[in-house]
Unconditional design. Structure first.
Lengths: 117, 114
């Protein structure tokens, strides 16, 4: 069965510093995708970044980058130059591409990031 | 443009009562997903719609849970005879088509069962 593990319940970072949020996954499917979502206290889920299993390069979106290490089955999120507005819950998720072609997302338990001034 | 909307934003009910949660996906999005998020946890998949049919109901936790979608638009998640363990945030997401990677989430409905 597919599984996402986020081992850091909480992380602290100083404003303007970089922070890495860990995510490991388990799947036997050769084709999969990995997502990171941000959930502020308001509750909405905000898509940050996506990495496909066949992508040769690590995904980047502005201050977000995904450190994809396929052999180690890890997909860590790196946030550079942290801002106070980055304080939120962060979820790693894996796309389970099923025979019907749709994408059921399997989520980790999340990491709560607090950015200090 | 308009995103995914859900109503009500909050629902408090008594144990044993039925509740209906509504989701309006982004116009033109054919794929629709329901997830549940218990306090302090990640999201759990409940059900997937492609158009008006639900090919995957595998995440529904019991037969007290059901969902329907009409007109390839609005979806309703119904929980009958609510229990305290049903208390959670119920999130709806839509995507342009069944194979599209990105799912756009609504703000969720916070359900509290007393």
């Amino acid at each position: 069965a597919q599984k996402i593990t986020q081992t850091q319940p909480g992380m602290f970072v100083q404003e303007k510093e970089a922070v890495t949020l860990d995510c490991t996954y388990d799947t036997s499917d050769p084709s999969y995708g990995l997502f990171w979502y941000k959930q502020p206290s308001s509750g909405e889920m905000i898509f940050l970044i996506y990495q496909g299993s066949y992508d040769q390069q690590n995904a980047t979106e502005g201050r977000y980058s995904l450190n994809f290490q396929k052999a180690r089955k890890s997909a860590n999120l790196v946030i550079s130059a942290s801002q106070l507005g980055d304080s939120a819950m962060y979820f790693c998720a894996m796309r389970e591409a099923l025979l019907g072609g749709y994408n059921k997302l399997i989520f980790g338990a999340g990491t709560r990031l607090a950015v200090h001034p | 443009g308009a995103g995914v909307s859900q109503s009500p934003s909050n629902k408090v009910t008594e144990k044993g009562k039925d509740v209906e949660l509504r989701c309006d996906p982004i116009s033109g999005h054919t794929a629709l997903y329901w997830y549940r998020q218990r306090l302090g946890q990640g999201l759990e998949f409940l059900i997937y719609f492609q158009g008006n049919s639900a090919p995957d109901k595998s995440g529904l936790p019991s037969d007290r849970f059901s969902a329907e979608r009409t007109g390839e638009s609005v979806s309703t998640l119904t929980i009958q005879r609510t229990q305290q363990e049903d208390s959670a945030v119920y999130l709806c997401a839509s995507s342009l088509q069944e194979g599209a990677f990105e799912q756009f989430f609504g703000p969720g409905t916070r359900l509290t069962v007393l």
